[in-house]
Design a protein around this ligand. Structure first.
Ligand code: AHR
Length: 522
């Protein structure tokens, strides 16, 4: 155990017992019977800034994510702000969405942006080829998307069509969005209600080009990326930040094949996708399958480290931002749920909240290697932050995943620091920390369904003046915020104690906790 002596831990615990007002677990803690996890928070060992974009989101024309989810239309009986579901907007504003990716996903490579502008009634109706051939009337297009971003304060990120589109089409979308005025396309944007350029910075050049985005070999996609990127220009001072379609998981063959083909002309960002598959229905997991699924997060972390190494091996590779563009749990989805609520509609349970916490913790730990991470998806699809009971559902529920994001908000824009500890197993207690001048924020995730843990986190070089903790917890791994019990699992204040430089608390099984510690230097 580095940095804190066992004797000091025992001394601190004894001092707490002496004052009497300590929780039962602390009095019982000292020796072997209760499991204790000790950490040293190395405030002197900086990892990198935790970019708010690590808490990014993704919305796709899929199921009831857009239509009936975030977009109900101006004439809807559901309370809305200019067509956007009001309750969702309020919840998203409260959380803060740093960046939002649209329109896909697989949908992006079959999307033609010109069909989603101008008078709504004249927009063509198209089958959604990727998602059940449902008819998309294009009523949610570029203006509606950028309007949503402005409403909730998110940076827009547009995913361009490479699979079935052309360089001209994508180049014109950039011009339509960003050229200030005076060209036919920028004047068309003004005529459509937005004289000010949208100033969209993030541009995806294709999505999953190895699969639904064209089923290409990396060399072929690499050639297309080279061709497309030539035409994606800076307009009105907005330099496009180009994001190439990267690997599925840790597929090094794709990354190398692509980067070898690109040679010097590397993209600004490389998008990898890594889902955490589940073998059971979201609300019916058993412990064994939960453990199996949660263990995958260790592989996600390894993949990030590995992909970063591979990219850094290229000349100027360190300039390419690694983006985890789609992540989250993808469980088995019953047909009846999809029929009622839309394709890939999935409930978020306590297990999913733990999964979100594991993901967000690992992003903090790898903050120097990641530029952006976008969970799939924001609303009504896969590991959503917000769900409705289908497109007609009036109520919007904040899921355990929403609340896990809320707990991690305290880390945004702070410096991630290393934590040394005695629990390195893939299913062990997960921890991350960040600091600023006068405070340290710690996050813990206990993924075990049965083991309560005592945590002793010692701050290096600082003393703790005060601490407050908030926890998300339910003893039942399948518990969720449903339409009947929307507030079953919400963050709650949690007991935490400080002693000198140590932060002491108990973590029940299946919990995500954040501790905000006011500190003083020693
Ligand atoms: O998020 C659902 C789908 O998963 C996306 O459309 C695609 O990019 C990925 O395969």
């Amino acid at each position: 155990m580095a940095g804190i002596s066992r004797r000091r831990f025992l001394t601190n615990t004894a001092a707490l017992s002496a004052v009497g007002a300590v929780p039962r677990w602390v009095r019982a803690a000292p020796e072997a019977s209760v499991s204790t996890r000790r950490f040293v928070v190395r405030t002197d060992s900086e990892i990198g800034k935790i970019r708010p974009e690590l808490h990014g989101q993704f919305v796709e024309h899929l199921g009831s994510c857009i239509y009936g989810g975030i977009w109900v239309g101006k004439d809807s009986p559901i309370a809305n702000v200019g067509g956007y579901r009001k309750q969702m907007v309020d919840y998203l504003k409260e959380l803060g969405v740093p960046v939002l990716r649209w329109p896909g996903g697989c949908f992006a490579d079959d999307y033609h942006w010109q069909e989603g502008i101008g008078p709504v009634k004249q927009r063509p109706r198209r089958p959604n080829l990727n998602w059940g051939n449902v008819i998309d009337d294009n009523s949610f297009g570029t203006h509606e998307f950028v309007g949503l971003c402005r409403l909730i304060g998110a940076e827009p990120y547009l995913a361009g069509n490479v699979g079935s589109g052309t360089p001209t089409e994508l180049r014109e979308w950039v011009e339509y969005c960003n050229f200030p005025s005076g060209t036919t396309l920028s004047d068309l944007r003004a005529a459509n209600g937005s004289p000010e350029p949208f100033r969209v910075r993030y541009w995806g050049v294709g999505n999953e080009s190895w699969g639904c985005g064209g089923d290409m070999r990396p060399e072929h996609y690499g050639d297309l990326y080279r061709q497309f990127s030539v035409y994606l220009k800076t307009f009105g001072g907005t330099k496009p930040f180009l994001i190439a379609s990267g690997p599925s998981g840790d597929d090094v063959r794709w990354t190398r094949g692509l980067l070898d083909t690109l040679q010097g002309g590397l993209p600004n960002g490389l998008s990898m996708h890594y889902y955490t598959g589940g073998e059971q229905v979201a609300t019916k997991f058993d412990r064994e399958h939960m453990n199996k699924q949660l263990a995958i997060f260790a592989k996600v972390e390894q993949a990030i480290v590995h992909q970063r190494q591979v990219i850094d091996g290229y000349h100027r590779g360190d300039q390419v931002g690694l983006i985890l563009d789609e992540w989250g749990v993808w469980d088995q989805i019953p047909e009846e749920d999809e029929a009622k609520r839309g394709q890939l509609w999935q409930q978020s349970t306590m297990r999913s909240g733990v999964a979100a916490g594991l993901g967000l913790n690992l992003f903090n730990r790898q903050a120097d290697k990641l530029l952006m991470c976008n969970i799939a998806q924001m609303v009504n699809v896969l590991q959503s932050l917000l769900i409705t009971d289908g497109p007609e559902g009036k109520e919007c529920v904040r899921t355990t995943t929403y609340y896990a994001f809320q707990l991690f908000k305290a880390h945004r824009d702070r410096m991630a620091v290393r934590v040394e500890g005695d629990d390195t197993s893939p299913r062990g207690l997960s921890v991350s920390a960040s600091k600023d001048e006068g405070s340290v924020v710690l996050s813990f995730v206990n993924p075990s369904a049965d083991a309560a843990l005592h945590v002793d986190a010692a701050l290096h070089d600082r003393s703790a003046k005060s601490a407050t903790a908030t926890i998300l917890h339910d003893a039942d791994l399948n518990a969720c915020n449903s339409f009947d019990t929307p507030n079953r699992i919400v963050p709650k204040p949690h007991p935490v104690r400080i002693e000198g430089a140590s932060v002491l608390m108990e973590l029940p099984p299946l919990s995500v906790a954040t501790v905000e510690v006011k500190t003083a230097s020693l």
